[in-house]
Design a protein around this ligand. Structure first.
Ligand code: NAD
Length: 371
């Protein structure tokens, strides 16, 4: 890996020298460094629940790269997938479940972590069932249909004394970690405002669960906007207090039940404003941070790879990593070491409280307080 850029070389060297005590390092980069190759005593077993696009395209391949966990089991409602996955990933019959017999996973010592990768309306049920079965849980974003459901999920995991994490893969991504550090250490002065957007032009199945409100909870805001909301939160290290939002629809037939494009303004403490946009009608993904002594940010900001960063001192040139592998390895390490994950259920709850307030603002036409 070659890093030629002055800005990035200096900072990446800091990452690599972590632990030597020679140079100070941001906590985010330090914890990233702590994820670099290590030899765990035992690889934890992960069972993926729901074998759709994200499981098959990203999580299962990432689990071939992880060092602290591996793909031990699957939960699927489709027998043909059970067969093909079993062959492809060498999963024994005894570690294959369907949605009805899922609870018997409690008796399976091969499975330590259940990863819920289902339509949003099923997140609460399967997170709670997994915790009751004695398993630690990773649940995909958005955490649930609303903040109330998130609270139930957190309570159930606490009651079962199991850890809960949300699939926020960017908290392990080097450019993103640098944005967190810059927000904390403020080398470019105080942040004054943020512009951020995330979306894509929806050309998928018109009958997808993503377009059915009962299954998805909402449209582009829930699916894509959540990244920008997260972005302004981790860039500032603060929590927004109020929101004002408006909605636009160019295709009311396709987006009959869910939002297509939403513009929102989040008001943070200290007068910082984040202007955000979520869309199913535009290929976009950036996080631009305006600070007193210059602007910095990421574009693309939220993808699985190819994240690029700019600062007043030049471009960031950090390595691209397998975000999902880092995310799952970190959680496995947290479980093994009984250490709190940096992306717990509370992080998912916070985003859902903001999303709930955005939908309230659209409905009321008013500026809404974020609870
Ligand atoms: P998908 O439509 O590709 O897969 C959904 C899976 O759920 C399928 O295997 C389907 O068979 C199963 N399923 C079970 N009951 C269903 C029902 N009633 N209706 C529809 N499907 C049902 O979706 P996906 O893209 O894999 O998304 C799954 C979850 O992962 C969502 O929460 C999504 O937001 C999240 N996701 C996260 C990321 C990320 O970057 N973190 C990326 C993509 C998806």
């Amino acid at each position: 890996m070659e890093i030629n850029n002055k800005y990035s070389r200096r900072r990446f060297i800091r990452t690599l020298t972590y632990g030597t005590g020679v140079l100070a390092l941001s906590p985010q980069l330090a914890s990233l460094a702590s994820c670099f190759p290590r030899t765990p005593n035992k690889k934890l077993g992960v069972a993926l629940v729901g074998l759709g696009g994200y499981s098959s395209g990203q999580l299962a391949p990432a689990l071939l790269e992880t060092k602290n966990c591996y793909l031990a089991g699957i939960v699927t409602g489709t027998p043909s997938k059970a067969e093909s996955w079993s062959k492809k990933y060498n999963i024994p019959e005894k570690n294959i479940y369907n949605y009805s017999n899922f609870d018997t996973i409690a008796q399976n010592p091969d499975i330590d972590i259940v990863y819920v990768v289902l339509p949003v309306s099923m997140h609460k049920e399967f997170t709670i069932r997994a915790a009751k079965a004695g398993k630690h849980v990773i649940c995909e974003k958005p955490m649930a249909l609303n903040a109330g459901e998130c609270k139930e999920m957190i309570a159930a995991c606490n009651q079962a004394n199991r850890m809960l994490s949300i699939g926020y893969r960017l908290h392990f991504e080097p450019h993103t970690l640098e944005v967190m550090r810059l927000g904390k250490e403020k080398p470019y002065g105080k942040i004054t405002s943020i512009d951020t957007a995330n979306g894509f032009t929806y050309r998928g199945d018109p009958n997808s669960w993503r377009l059915k409100k009962a299954l998805s909870g909402g449209g582009a805001l829930m699916d894509m906007g959540i990244y920008s909301i997260q972005g302004s939160r981790y860039a500032t290290g603060l929590e927004p207090l109020f929101v004002t939002a408006t909605e636009e629809k160019t295709n009311p037939e396709l987006f009959k039940e869910v939002d297509e494009t939403i513009n929102y303004k989040l008001e943070y403490p200290g007068g910082i404003v984040a202007n955000g946009k979520s869309s199913y009608n535009e290929n976009v993904g950036f996080l631009k941070i305006h600070a007193e002594k210059g602007d910095y940010g990421l574009e693309p900001a939220f993808g699985y790879g190819g994240i690029q960063g700019e600062t007043p001192e030049g471009a960031m040139d950090f390595p691209q990593i397998n975000q999902q592998a880092f995310q799952m390895d970190d959680f496995a390490l947290c479980v093994s070491n009984k250490k709190k994950t940096r992306v717990p259920g509370e992080e998912g709850l916070r985003d859902m409280q903001i999303i709930d307030a955005i939908y309230r603002s659209i409905a009321s036409g008013n500026r809404e307080k974020i609870v």
